[in-house]
Ligand binder design. Structure first.
Ligand code: MTE
Length: 325
C-alpha cells in the first residue's frame, strides 16, 4: 500500500483481495454460515445481524429494533459477506488500494456535525443524535455497483434523503445539491504525494429531484451496526441506481445550489466519470465494459460470480421516469 501510483488517466485501479485476507475472510465466512445453520438461501442469510456482534469490530454500536423496509427486504442475489465488504473499499483519502480499512481508522468521527445550507429556507446543522431522533431509521437491502465492474449487496441502515429535504425546505431555485466529504490534509492525505494532489475534498452531487427520489438514502449503519470508518462513517450517501463513486462518504456538508456542482471524479476525468453516472449496461466506460459485473467474493477476482448488469442497477421502476434515454 505504501507506493501507490495513480495513473495519469485517473483510472480507479482494480485490486484483488490479498490471499491472506481472503483466507481469514473465508474462515469467518464459513463460521458465520455454520452459525446461520448453513442457510444461504431464503431468509436466514438475509436476516439482519443486529442481535449479533459485528464480525469486523465488536465495538461498533448495534442498532436495536430497526426494521427492514419490506419494499427493500431482498434482491435477486445473496447479501455480501460483511467482512468481504469491509475489507474491499474505495476511500482515496486513505490510499489508492482496496485495502484501506486499517488506515481509515484514523478518521476522527467524534462530535460529528453535518451542515446543510445554500438555497434552503431552514439551514441546519445536525449531529448524529438529531438524525436518530428526528428521522425514523430503517434498513434497506440494496444492490451496489462500482464503475470498475465489481458489485455487492449490502443491508444499509439510515433514512431517506427526502427527510432532509422536507426539513430544510430547498427554494425553487435549488436544482442541484452537493455533498462534501470530511477532509483534513494532515489525516486524510493518502499514503503518497500523488494522492495529495487530487481535488480534495471529495465531493459528489445530484439533481434535487434525484435526491428526493424514494431510493436516495443516507446510511449511518450497515449490517445492523453503525458504519465502520472504511465504509464512510458516520454518514454517507447511497444512491443504488448510480455507480458507487456517486456515494460520497463521511459527509460534513450538504449544499443546495442553482447550478450543477463540480465533483471529484468528474473534475479529474469528465469523459470517464459523468455527473449523472447512472448504471447503464449498454453504455461502456472507456476502460470497462459495463455489460456484466462481478460480485466480490473469495479468492482472485477472475473467480468471482459474474452477473449481467441491470439497467439502473435493477431500479428502473423507481428512477426511469427521471431520465431521457
Ligand atoms: N467517498 C469518499 N469520500 N472518498 C472516496 O474515495 N470512493 C467512492 C465512494 N465514496 C470514495 C467515496 C467509490 S469509487 C466507491 S466504489 C464507493 O465509495 C465504495 O464504497 P465502499 O468502500 O463502502 O464499498
Amino acid at each position: 500500500m505504501a507506493n501507490i501510483h495513480i495513473p495519469k488517466t485517473w483510472e480507479i485501479p482494480e485490486r484483488e483481495v490479498t490471499p491472506e485476507t481472503a483466507f481469514i475472510n473465508r474462515r469467518r465466512f464459513l463460521k458465520s454460515l455454520a452459525g446461520a445453520g448453513l442457510g444461504i438461501a431464503g431468509g436466514s442469510m438475509l436476516g439482519c445481524t443486529s442481535e449479533s456482534e459485528s464480525q469486523i469490530d465488536p465495538n461498533l454500536m448495534q442498532f436495536e429494533s430497526v426494521d427492514r423496509n419490506p419494499a427493500f427486504a431482498k434482491v435477486d442475489r445473496p447479501i455480501t459477506d460483511e467482512v468481504l465488504a469491509a475489507k474491499y473499499n474505495n476511500f482515496y483519502e486513505f490510499g489508492g488500494s482496496k485495502s484501506i480499512w486499517e488506515a481509515a481508522q484514523a478518521l476522527p468521527t467524534e462530535n460529528w456535525k453535518v451542515e446543510v445550507l445554500g438555497l434552503v429556507r431552514n439551514p441546519r446543522t445536525y449531529d448524529l443524535d438529531d438524525f436518530k431522533k428526528k428521522f425514523p431509521l430503517e434498513e434497506r437491502v440494496y444492490r451496489f455497483r462500482c464503475v470498475e465492474a465489481w458489485a455487492m449487496v449490502v443491508p444499509w441502515l439510515g433514512f431517506p434523503m427526502k427527510r432532509i429535504i422536507d426539513d430544510v425546505e430547498p427554494t425553487s431555485e435549488a436544482r442541484y445539491v452537493r455533498f462534501i466529504s470530511y477532509y483534513n490534509r494532515n489525516i486524510t492525505k493518502g499514503p503518497g504525494l500523488s494522492l495529495s494532489r487530487l481535488p480534495w475534498p471529495y465531493t459528489e452531487g445530484l439533481r434535487t429531484d434525484e435526491m428526493a427520489n424514494e431510493l436516495a438514502f443516507f446510511a449511518i449503519g450497515i449490517y445492523g451496526h453503525e458504519l465502520p470508518k472504511q465504509h464512510g462513517a458516520p454518514i454517507r450517501e447511497v444512491v443504488p441506481w448510480k455507480y458507487g463513486f456517486k456515494g460520497a462518504k463521511s459527509i460534513v456538508k450538504i449544499e443546495f445550489l442553482n447550478h450543477q456542482p463540480k465533483t471529484f471524479w468528474n473534475t479529474l476525468q469528465p469523459s470517464e466519470y459523468g455527473f449523472e453516472a447512472n448504471v447503464e449496461p449498454d453504455v461502456p466506460h472507456p476502460r470497462w465494459s459495463q455489460a456484466t459485473e462481478r460480485m466480490i467474493g473469495h479468492g482472485p477476482s477472475f473467480m468471482w460470480d459474474r452477473r449481467d448488469t441491470l439497467l439502473y442497477n435493477g431500479y428502473a421502476e423507481y428512477v426511469a421516469h427521471l431520465y431521457d434515454r
